[in-house]
Design a protein around this ligand. Sequence first.
Ligand code: SF4
Length: 321
Amino acid sequence: MNFASLTKEDLAGLLALEDFTPVYEQADQIRREAKGNQVHIRAILEFSNHCKRGCLYCGLNRRNQNVSRYRMKPEEILLTARSAYKAGYQTLVLQSGEDPYFKTDLLAELVKEIASWGMAVTVSCGEIRPAYGPLKKAGASRYLLKHETADALLYNRLHPEGSLADRIICLKELKALGFETGSGFMVGLPGQTLETLAEDLLLLKKLNCDMAGIGPFIPHPATPLKEAVPGSPELTKRCVALARILLPHCHLPATTALGVMDGREKETVFSCGANVVMRKVTPEPYKSLYEIYPAHLEPTDIPKDRALLEEQILALGRIPI
Ligand code: SF4
């Protein structure tokens, strides 16, 4: 099969394969050739869980009255970013809900300060189009805005305040401004098919994404989708492998945290073509309040978490950076 020109039908067929091993092997080989053995560790700092949107799958959606909302103070944000930098993180992802409190000037100031230390700053704060230019100017080098699903009807059902068309306009604008642009999608959304996932993968390619976050849908108990069936980890890994094949140079985070795995599962976490690990540096009490989907997380200890992660990556024969 010519992997370079995979069609929607080809991709859906591959996702349904009984034995996916040859595709994993191909993805891993492409990863080795295009990205080497390095694993990039990214720090994520979730500085506000306020959000003006009501995405149906998200625990932070504005209709959820059961979540305590927080905004970190600018000095807290900088202090945490500094600790991450000192612990060896070279990239910080500044993430929040769509929170109008953090106006462009304030965000740009934070970016400027953090970038001045030599840290690469990724911003992930949603569809805040007027801010994109000033953030780039302030020194942000990457922007992460997942498209979530390439099925326009499904997208519009899940995002009452938005449209897939608007999302794509934002992604194209980010690309045009010179951001390393990240998108991504969820696997296992109710109503999604293998053909939808094939379209998700082709959209990543069409946008020529520099990063892609692909993760399983996990129902949150305080959302309208609380009864839905969670996405399959295996299908998620298959999507990552196909993303590697379609976009050899793309940064692809591993779909599950290394810390919660053991044995064989841990050994294969990168074998689908992933080359990035994201690690939360958000301090308590905020970390457990940033719950897009339910997760049981240990409190943050920035230097210790980083050192442990490096050890785990080295133990897998890969090089942490
Ligand atoms: S997914 Fe993002 S934009 Fe949507 S409600 Fe959650 S935090 Fe807000």
